[in-house]
Ligand binder design. Sequence first.
Ligand code: AR6
Length: 175
Amino acid sequence: MRQYARILTGRIEALRVDVVVNAANRALAPGSGVDGALRAAAGPELTRLTDTMAPIAEGEAVMTPGFAAMARYIVHTAAPIWPAPGDRAHKIAALERCYANAIRLADTHDAATIAFPCIGTGVYGWPKELACDTALAACAEASAQTRALREIVFCCFAEADAALYRARLERFLET
Ligand code: AR6
């Protein structure tokens, strides 16, 4: 995945990429964090459309246009809520599907670049290390089967999150 991965610190709604991924909820209802920022950037047409697409399953990914946002498309996916009751392995598998399904969907729309936030690590309460390991493993596996995709951006809100991704990506590539 070395040729694919770029780690940066910043706001995901400011990135000019083919696809940005939204850390949504299953109801695709307007929220805070990444979701609030992307909806503000895209404008009201986005929520009018997502209202017709909900609900989605945990780990499912659905695509909309970016509307007024910088990105061409927005992929909406919902992580499990980490502190909610439920099996740990099932939650990890669902977070893996968030990444894998987003990559597959982007690739089938000929996207060359996709940007992910640290899905699940805000309102949904995932431990950052576990969420990072899950993201990297899922993206490495899914990106081995893509046709159009050239770059995966891990867009971290905080510099500490970017440092975590950099350290883990290095270790991940050594194994
Ligand atoms: N750009 C990049 N990263 C951001 C931004 C931004 N503009 N804003 C926050 N982050 P969250 P979740 C980081 O809560 O945990 C919403 O209300 C943030 O610091 O956006 O999957 C939805 O509607 C954190 O590291 O997503 C759902 O109900 C990461 O992005 C629920 O929250 C994810 O934080 C989803 O929770």
